[in-house]
Design a protein around this ligand. Structure first.
Ligand SMILES: Nc1ncnc2c1ncn2[C@@H]1O[C@H](COP(=O)(O)OP(=O)(O)O)[C@@H](O)[C@H]1O
Ligand SMILES: [Mg+2]
Length: 315
């Protein structure tokens, strides 16, 4: 499905499809999984629209980062049959999303900055000092896990201690995951800085392979899972009381909020320029981070994907 120029869902002659907010996935023989990244955009935990090139950017940028972080932790990547698709190790996803934050930011009422400005100082088990600047750095990056919500639900924040206390992840494994997450984030910050961005925060998902190996799964350091801010304009914007210029889905989040939408009911229609601008930002981020030119894959997209993945499907 899609217009030919965008891809909103993929039909394959293969049983067992699961649809996340952004990816369509199928189990493959031999403990493999086919993940196809569509152009769907989610905000407030719902699909709210479609952004041209987004699926390809996410897929190719994740592949790039999986390769650029493979010395830190093993990942799920096996093959890249198409610019919108990967074949991965079918892992058992751990039931927490590992969010790492370097900056005091966020725009919804439940995110850190509004809560901090409202006087709260204890969040996710951390005691924050007084005097932090809006959108400014923490002394050290914070790991702020959330439980993975069922479809349609909202992720629930938990502290690092609660992850173990609630039996979500065993203590030794959770200690390893925290070290890995901080090392990944440090790598992300360094690479982003060279490309002219501040990686303000990001989210990792981990899983266990069939032999119990810890794997980085899903996606990594994409504009869907991360906030990337333009470094060159940051100080001036903050000094002027503006928010950072963000190369991610922030234009959509802001437009939705301006329309009074916070995730309940049908999302409002947004002007075409919001989607065009978001697409431009995703593509720009891809090019700046990877140093490669973005070359849109052939169209119509769904037919191309079907052709490219055919040899990876069971006969
Ligand atoms: N290697 C993997 N093995 C099993 N599940 C995976 C793997 N990589 C990603 N996933 C899962 O596939 C889904 C990806 O679809 P996505 O649209 O990103 O979902 P979500 O709506 O949860 O963000 C997620 O539920 C993610 O946990
Ligand atoms: Mg996801």
């Amino acid at each position: 499905m899609g217009t030919g120029a965008t891809i909103t869902a993929v039909e394959l002659d293969l049983p067992g499809r699961t649809m996340g907010k952004v990816r369509d996935a199928w189990p493959l023989p031999g403990n493999r999984r086919l993940l196809i990244t569509t152009d769907r955009l989610s905000a407030f935990d719902r699909v709210v629209g479609v952004v041209e090139h987004k699926g390809q950017v996410l897929n190719q940028l994740s592949v790039w980062w999986f390769e650029a972080t493979a010395d830190i932790v093993a990942n799920h990547l096996v093959n890249v049959p198409d610019s919108n698709a990967v074949v991965v190790v079918d892992a058992r996803p751990l039931p927490v999303e590992v969010v790492v934050r370097g900056r005091l930011t966020g725009s919804t009422s439940t995110s850190l900055l509004p809560r901090y400005l409202n006087g709260e100082r204890t969040m996710y088990g951390y005691r924050l000092p007084d005097g932090l600047e809006p959108h400014g750095p923490f002394d050290e990056p914070l790991i702020t896990p959330t439980t993975k919500a069922e479809k349609g639900g909202h992720d629930q924040p938990v502290s690092c201690d609660e992850v173990v206390a609630r039996g979500l992840v065993e203590a030794g494994l959770w200690a390893d995951i925290q070290k890995v997450a901080l090392a990944l984030y440090a790598r992300g910050v360094e690479v982003a800085a060279d490309a002219g961005f501040v990686l303000a925060d990001t989210k990792y998902e981990f899983g266990l392979s069939p032999d119990g190996e810890l794997l980085l799964i899903d996606e990594v350091h994409t504009p869907d899972s991360s906030r990337f801010w333009e470094t060159s304009t940051l100080d001036d914007r903050l000094a002027a009381g503006l928010t950072p210029e963000s190369f991610d889905k922030e234009p959509v989040r802001l437009a939705l909020r301006a329309a009074g939408y916070v995730g309940d009911g049908e999302p409002p229609e947004l002007g075409a320029e919001v989607w065009v601008e978001t697409s431009r930002r995703y593509v720009h981020l891809y090019e700046a981070i990877t140093g490669r030119r973005f070359v849109p894959g052939e169209r119509p997209i769904e037919e191309r994907i079907r052709g490219n993945v055919a040899s990876f499907l069971p006969a």
